[in-house]
Structures are given as structure tokens and as C-alpha cells.
Design a protein around this ligand. Structure first.
Ligand code: DC
Length: 224
């Protein structure tokens, strides 16, 4: 079984994907990692992320094991890592060079310890539209900008980071605008995606609703 979860920033894709991966014994591919890996490799090699050709060369050389190795670096999830990932992910050539690696994972989904999984769950902005257009179940998880800003604001506060809610909201709105208008992989739901607005749902309700959908799909597959 292949499940994809697409949607805008801070909609809760990662939380839902991790939960479903554990519950259904699916290998989890957080596809933002491929762009973070390219961005970080460039940083480590002293390359400028504004150089699209250099980014493409790094993307062409990236392997899955190297990506996993880079993911242990402190800057991989850091602010600079996120910024670099965002820059390189906008290069169409980088995206197409990283496509095969992402798609191959569905052919042989394994857990981190190498054991075989029942399938894979992908999270990312284009997993249902580009990476796995034939996925069994596609979710498009979203929430209002205000709700997403509040969730992100609370995360910052929990980490002890001082920030203004209005600033977080403006940032989310600006990112939404960039995301939906950019030419490389503009954010849009697949035509057959299940739309999932989580604005008025607790995380528990989101998980429960997603499980109901998956269970009924599994039931249908069993009967077919
Ligand atoms: O989800 P994340 O923050 O780790 O993603 C890092 C960057 O990569 C972010 O700018 C969004 C982008 N990205 C993308 O363009 N396509 C994906 N499938 C996943 C992430």
C-alpha cells in the first residue's frame, strides 16, 4: 500500500505521516529530506545555492545512503538547512533528478533497520501529483493560515523561541503565496486526493479520521 500526504507548510503532514507509518507498518519517506540533503551538501562543499547548475550536479550525485548520513548533521533541520532546501527545491532540474530516488523507495520500501515494510507513506508537496501518481490513497491535508500560524507559534514558544504571532502569520501567508504560484511543483491537490481540512479538528480526530479512510480502503481491497 502506498499513501501520500500533500499540503501546505505546517498543516500537520509530518505528524499524521509518522503516526500512520507506525500504525500500518509502512516505511516513511519525508521527501523534504532530498532537498535538505542537496542544500546541505552544497553548504558543506562551499557552493552557492543560487547556482542552479551546481545544485543539479549535487542532485545527480546524491544517493539514498548519503542523504541518510547528511540527515544526522545538526544543520540538516536547522534554519539555514531549511532555507537552502527551499532554494534548491525551486530548480526544475533538481526536482527531476531527485524524482527516481523518491519513486524507487515505493518499489522496495524498507524500515531504517533494513526490514521489509507493508508499503510506504510519503509526505511532501508533490507526492500525490508527481512522485506517486498511482498511490492507493492520497490525502491533501490543509488548515486555515490562522490555525497553521497558531500551531507554529506554539511550537516556537514550546522551544523557548520569542516571536510575535502576527509575524508567524505573515510568514505563513507569504509562503502560501510563493508555494502556489511558483513554476516548479506549484502546490495543488491531485484530482483524486481526499481533501482533509484540519482547522477544526484535534490531532486525535485527524488521526482517527485518516484511519477510518484507510481501513475502509483496505477492506475494499480485501473484497476485490
Ligand atoms: O518539509 P521540509 O521543510 O523538510 O521541506 C524542505 C523544503 O523542500 C521546503 O522548502 C519544501 C520543499 N519540498 C518540496 O519542494 N517538495 C517536496 N516534496 C518536499 C519538500
Amino acid at each position: 500500500m502506498i499513501i501520500t500526504i500533500d499540503g501546505p507548510a505546517s498543516a500537520g503532514k509530518g505528524t499524521l505521516a509518522s503516526y500512520l507509518a507506525e500504525r500500518y507498518r509502512l516505511a516513511y519517506f519525508d521527501t523534504g529530506m532530498v532537498y535538505r540533503a542537496v542544500g546541505l551538501e552544497m553548504l558543506l562543499k562551499g557552493l552557492n545555492t543560487a547556482d542552479a547548475e551546481a545544485a543539479a550536479t549535487i542532485a545527480a550525485e546524491l544517493t539514498f545512503p548519503r542523504m541518510m548520513e547528511l540527515s544526522k548533521h545538526p544543520e540538516f533541520r536547522g534554519p539555514q538547512g531549511g532555507k537552502n532546501a527551499s532554494i534548491v527545491s525551486a530548480y526544475p532540474q533538481v526536482r527531476s533528478l531527485l524524482l527516481k530516488m523518491q519513486q524507487d523507495f515505493a518499489l522496495h520500501p524498507v524500515f531504517k533497520d533494513g526490514s521489509l515494510a507493508n508499503g510506504a507513506i510519503y509526505d511532501g508537496r508533490d507526492t500525490g501529483t508527481v512522485v506517486c501518481p498511482n498511490a492507493d490513497i492520497k490525502f491533501f491535508v490543509t488548515a486555515s493560515a490562522e490555525v497553521r500560524a497558531e500551531r507554529r507559534y506554539k511550537e516556537f514558544v514550546a522551544k523557548g523561541i520569542k516571536i510575535d504571532y502576527q509575524e508567524v502569520l505573515q510568514d505563513i501567508k507569504a509562503r502560501d503565496e510563493r508555494d502556489s504560484t511558483r513554476s516548479a511543483a506549484p502546490l495543488r491537490p491531485a484530482p483524486d486526493a481526499i481533501m482533509f481540512d484540519t482547522s477544526d479538528l484535534s490531532i486525535q480526530e485527524v488521526k482517527q479520521k485518516a484511519c477510518e479512510i484507510i481501513d475502509s480502503q483496505l477492506q475494499r481491497q480485501k473484497l476485490a
